[in-house]
Design a protein around this ligand. Structure first.
Ligand SMILES: [Zn+2]
Length: 319
């Protein structure tokens, strides 16, 4: 007999959790695989990071010298994308957003070949997963450079959403307004990394300036009742990545993660991996960690799981 998600959490049954449908709505495609998958392919022994990182730069340096070194060049890149799909299949991720940068499109020779290769990997390694590709723009990018490429990228109607990633302080987010207006006109879901390292006001400002539908991270909002109420009222969903936050020193532990506060104020949240090849916790493990820490009940986590799968809207406003 198979267990329900709630029963599986109560029984600490990771294998059962893996068999139950879930979503991963924030995963960087080239860093979304499982470390053991890369170990098996490369024959290398890879130790997960045993300590928190001091910065995104520190994290990137770890990734270069512990993961990328074993999967070099185009072949290594494609193996990492394959690993992301294989992980989604293994953890029964039924709704998967993977984000790609403009540099990844050009490295594969432009949109047409890029889409063909990625779609083929999806078909081969995660055929049961609904895949929603996301275009992720570096916050440090020159806006003019992005605008030159947007028409061609959007013309294929392949990307389902757009995002801004990397250093939140690189430039004001409103600089991206013309790009987000194009993306909105093309029907993309609008997301951005904000309120990870920044402030509650940064979250609200980004949502207002760019008309965001969702925020990646956004956990800083938990420091402002005003901003949490505003997010809840506007049904803005935060795609939260607990282990990423802990390993980047943005939360002290699962037991004290701001997810609790956001949920209590009625902010829509989902649970996601961010960079599984670095943070080394699958979606199933993220749920189990949050349950075992006592932060959330099994029923609340099941509600969050359903939110990610799109089953429910804003139903749990408590105040
Ligand atoms: Zn991210």
């Amino acid at each position: 007999m198979s267990l329900s998600f709630i029963e599986a959490l109560h029984l600490n049954a990771l294998d059962e959790l893996k068999r139950i449908p879930k979503s991963d709505l924030h995963s960087h495609a080239g860093r979304g695989g499982n470390i053991s998958y890369i170990e098996a392919w490369s024959g290398a022994k890879i130790e997960p990071p045993g300590r928190p990182f001091d910065s995104l730069r520190d994290m990137q340096a770890w990734f270069e010298s512990n993961i990328k070194i074993h999967c070099r060049g185009l072949q290594g890149y494609l193996k990492r994308i394959e690993a992301s799909f294989a992980q989604a299949h293994a953890d029964r991720i039924e709704v998967l957003a993977l984000s790609f940068g403009l540099d990844e499109i050009s490295a594969l020779g432009g949109m047409k070949t890029f889409m063909g290769i990625i779609d083929e990997l999806h078909r081969c390694f995660a055929p049961g997963t609904s895949f929603f590709p996301e275009l992720s723009l570096g916050r440090e990018s020159r806006i003019e450079d992005i605008l030159i490429e947007m028409d061609e990228v959007l013309a294929y109607r392949w990307f389902a959403s757009i995002d801004i990633c990397n250093d939140e302080f690189a430039q004001p987010i409103r600089h991206f307004k013309p790009i987000y207006q194009m993306a909105k006109a093309a029907g993309l879901k609008l997301r951005a990394h904000v309120g990870e390292f920044g402030t509650p006001d940064d979250v609200q400002e980004a949502v207002e300036e760019l008309e965001l539908d969702e925020v990646h991270h956004g956990i800083a909002a938990a420091r402002s009742v005003t901003v949490m109420n505003w997010l809840a009222d506007h049904h803005i969903r935060l795609n939260v990545c607990p282990t990423s936050n802990i390993l980047l020193r943005l939360a002290d532990s699962y037991a004290s993660h701001p997810l609790r506060k956001l949920y209590d104020y009625g902010v829509l949240v989902t649970i996601n991996t961010d960079d599984l090849l670095i943070f080394n916790q699958s979606v199933s493990q993220e749920y189990l960690n949050l349950y075992q820490s006592g932060l959330m009940t099994a029923e609340e986590l099941d509600h969050i799981r359903e939110t990610g799968l799109g089953y429910v809207g804003s139903l749990h406003k408590h105040h």
